[in-house]
Design a protein around this ligand. Sequence first.
Ligand code: AHR
Ligand code: AHR
Length: 522
Amino acid sequence: MSPTPSRPRPPRLRSAALSVLAVCAALAALLLGAGAPPAAAASSLPCDVYGAAGTPCVAAHSLVRALYSSYNGPLYQVQRARDGAKKDVRLLSAGGYADAAAQDTFCSGTTCIVTEIYDQSPRHNDLTVEGAGGAGAADVGAPADALPVTAGGHQVYGLEISAGMGYRDNSTSGVAVNGQAEGMYMVTSGTHVNNRCCFDYGNAETNNLDTGNGHMDAINFGTECWFAPCYGQGPWVQADLENGLFQSDAGYSRNTYNTGTGPMPFVTALLKNNGQNHFALKYANAQSGGLTTTYSGGEPTAGGYSPMHQEGAIVLGTGGDNSNGSIGSFFEGVMTAGIPTDAADNAVQAGIVSVGYGGPTGSTGSLTPGSEISLRATTSCCTTEYVRHQNDAAVISPVASGSSALDRNDATWIVRRGLADASCVSFESRNYPGDFLRHFDFRLRRQPMDGTAQFRADATFCPQTGRSGAGTSFASYNYPTRYLRHYDHDVYIAGNGGSNAWDAGASWSDDVSWAVSSPWAP
Ligand code: AHR
Ligand code: AHR
């Protein structure tokens, strides 16, 4: 069955026949196990693959790309602060990537939030900003420009969720309910996580309340260990099945195989659940390699999970009861009717890798937005030292071709249009997507963009000819007499002869003059 790429929304439909089909598909998948590979072309997009495997998408959300090769509708809607006007962000071509430049033009000189994420599946299970729930006040929309990334060689935006943000659809079509089988995955990031409840994508309650065990079936990703002990540092791909984030059925979470992804910039997180007596969790590096299964076994043994009692709402960024203390990143995700084959999952992961999330932008060594750079100190003490982040703070330290990949990545920044002023620049971390160099208490650090005017100002720097006469100096947007400076190998915004130690006049003009260099990251 091919998707209907057109709008407007057709009448909603949840027919008994479809439910029966879904159960049959799930049973078939179970019986066949890892069966035959899907009859899908190499260029097939995730929902083409799952459709060909007999487990069609019933939800397909992305701010980045089409998830069907025939899809040519809108991806998401943004609303700008200046006049409240709204705009759909569409694709550059059918089956292609987001037209992020259209968003940039529409939001120029003001700020935008994401107000809706369209479902590309024929079910039209569109997500809007989530309302109040049992454990959280109504959410707000995520800033539309907080997570600029490269995908398919294009500059696009992901969705960066801070606490108090979330999306939902409580009236869906085709999504599993009451013990029906389903699968789902999302591409997220291991660098923007916390241990608060609950960065989820998947099936949840239709009333924003915790209605009991088994009423959710969503992928959870973060460092929240609900049932101790958990192993490793996380973040973990877990199943939020309501009243718990599960990694297995043994003591709920005891799963020595699940030690977390670490700070991987792009992660594929996958959950499938037959709704009766079996669920499985997988993860992968979304930039390379294949999926690893951390669990495939019985449902949790406590009452209410076997069979499951899913209600069929879709949540993104919060728990089922709108617990909204969590943070996270979302690039794309789908939900299927029935349990996909492992072969289909593998084909989808291969397709995700081929997207080249976070790949090189193709432009290096200049201050043009999109270019990747490293910033070298020019003071005679320190001409082999570059601005890098280390333990979240910005320092200068020696980097060379023999340095570790981590050191070289930490010392690489992607130039972005200034978050507070497009004629200036901001610096996004190469290996922490959505994190920017910003000052706080005059010290420079790497932090996730939270969309506030304060953050935007603190992360914006206006380039000018180096104050020493060499290279480039960067004036702070909100403290324009202060410049990006290294002092004692830490990085500050510093005035020339102010009251702080780092404002010292000696070697100030050299310390604030930088060589904009080719990026160290591979
Ligand atoms: O299951 C974990 C969380 O518990 C759910 O997301 C939420 O509804 C409840 O607070
Ligand atoms: O870095 C100076 C100021 O410190 C920043 O503008 C603000 O975020 C913090 O109070």
